[in-house]
Design a protein around this ligand. Structure first.
Ligand SMILES: [Zn+2]
Length: 146
């Protein structure tokens, strides 16, 4: 893991970027490892990382800067994650997507529509630049429903 090899002073100066709001285990690991600034793209409703940072005395004492969500990047990551879940087609896929569909219907519905039409798979096969995929998500979701 890169965190193990990084000099500690770099962790204090760095920013940890995550696609999804960090869960309790990831948040604790990051803070104990010296990370003091975290930015995430999409909320994860049940997590509430801000509450976790305040609730635990050790975490609260570290003055961690937590920023997020980023609406467009959050929607983008949720579309990609939902598409991945659909492609994996595991036994728990529908249950997972149902939970996200309640909280963030726009990105999940977009991923389902694109999955049926194979759009993201086609863009990946054609080597579409990331900006094109991000632009397609933005165009499809308009003001980005969350
Ligand atoms: Zn986690």
């Amino acid at each position: 893991m890169l965190l193990d090899a990084a000099p500690e002073e770099h962790l204090y100066e760095g920013i940890l970027y995550t696609t999804l709001e960090p869960c309790a285990m990831c948040l604790g690991a990051a803070v104990v490892s010296g990370v003091r600034h975290i930015r995430y793209a999409a909320e994860d409703g049940p997590t509430d990382a801000r509450r976790l940072l305040l609730a635990h005395p050790l975490l609260a004492s570290k003055n961690v800067a937590l920023e997020g969500p980023e609406p467009l990047l959050g929607a983008f990551s949720l579309v990609l994650m939902s598409d991945w879940i659909l492609r994996e087609a595991s036994d728990t896929a529908e249950r997972t997507l149902s939970a996200y569909r309640v909280r963030v219907p726009g990105p999940v519905e977009l991923a389902e529509r694109w999955h049926r039409g194979g759009l993201l798979q086609r863009m990946a096969q054609e080597g579409a630049p990331l900006d094109d995929v991000l632009g397609a998500v933005q165009a499809a979701l308009g003001s980005v429903r969350r």
